[in-house]
Design a protein around this ligand. Sequence first.
Ligand code: XUL
Ligand code: CO
Length: 439
Amino acid sequence: MELKQIPKIRYEGPGSKNPLSFKYYDAGRLINGKSMREHLKFAMSYWHTLCADGTDMFGRGTMDKSFGTAESAMDLYKNKAHAAFEIMDKLDIDYFCFHDRDIAPEGATIGACNENLDEIVSLLKELMRQYDKKLLWGTANCFNHPRYAHGAATSCEADVFAYAAAQVKKAIDITIELGGSGYVFWGGREGYETLLNTNMELELDNMARLLRMAVEYARAHGFTGDFYIEPKPKEPTKHQYDFDAAAVLAFLRKYGLDKDFKLNIEANHATLAGHTFAHELRYARINGAFGSIDANQGDMLLGWDTDQFPTNVYETALCMYEVLKAGGFTNGGLNFDAKARRASMTLEDIFLSYIAGMDSFALGLLIAAKIEADGRLDEFVRERYASYKSGIGLDIVSGKATLESLSEYALRMGEVKPLTSGKQEYLESVLNQIMFGNF
Ligand code: XUL
Ligand code: CO
């Protein structure tokens, strides 16, 4: 099947058996007064959708991502650009995200890379206008090329740091040029394999230096969007510095960068760090750092970043619950940092995968709104901490209590036993009831 043969994907409802239709994602449907489109802010990842061809550690590509014939590398990337917008148009996805090296071929020098980028960026700008699409965020790929073997900002070689800085500058320029509402730093190879050869202190200081330079440059050149760090604990390096939301926030605070950065939370990165997706979102939210989401899922039986399209509705529901609690997205959105499996190799599979992901998030949103409307979970949590609303609890949270006053209070009390049940099983069954309702 060729791209032009794929129809526009439309909402047909849960009863439809047409694979090329949405069963739950109904863009205009209002949830709490806001359309599904506005709540979910779906974005297409350029790298997985237009570039990844199924290559893995044990085998070559299985997918044809050339999107037509091409005489030159530039023609190939122009084909990809046209295909990108046709895919977004057919899926009714409003946003996209890219790395500099996804959209244009590398040149022999950074100057040549930049020239290639300029040509493609003007094409993207035209296509964005024509199709009415927006850039959610841009980023620089400072991890693929062999020069980044020791990292980019954390490389032991200053020339590599300089090269990465040049790449980041250009990626910021094109993000601004295309009106992007965000700029992401995922720490590619910013980590280490062994402390035996690593000056961790210098590497972390340097990583902060590059981020500071990026913020200063972008703000001076009119970038008003959000900067994000995307935590990930491992892969490609054994120990990535941006391990998880907590580690990233501590890093940002140490270097005084916390006002400039929010977090881009990825589901599969959360689980690699030994957390749930919702944990990372909650951690970001309560620290005022919730920014954007890389929507995907991992495989609990595999220990790496499988970047699967999200279909686990428990996960999408608890994710959207956090998004609703955060008051929704501002500059961020739901970027499908996800790829079809190597054996799902047809062009149609791209669409089936996105439909699966978008429908799973539409369900997640519907369920999250139901959880809020039902109120039992919120009420349970409120009640669970009710002891802090009055008496000694209120003294503790208001700052009135001291170690001495609490000691006097405890001496008067005698033995203390827990009075309340955590009721985990009950709450899980409430969630099931909300999710599945009547059959
Ligand atoms: C890698 C990953 C990246 C970032 C952008 O695991 O998630 O694609 O999202 O660099
Ligand atoms: Co990602």
